[in-house]
Design a protein around this ligand. Sequence first.
Ligand SMILES: [Zn+2]
Length: 64
Amino acid sequence: MAMILRPCPTCRTPTSWEGNAFKPFCSERCQTRDLGAWSSERYRIAEKPQEEDGEGWSSEVEGS
Ligand SMILES: [Zn+2]
């Protein structure tokens, strides 16, 4: 069976998926990096309404 090499989404290193627990990533480090980016993106979206609240509150403090 031919080895299938795919570029790692994080670092673009050609990576074999055969027996690779971290596919499509080349390593646990790249998998964690990608998941981290995803979760911080979701966190930022979830935080948006609170950020607006915080801005109003902090400008009030600055005014007084
Ligand atoms: Zn990688």
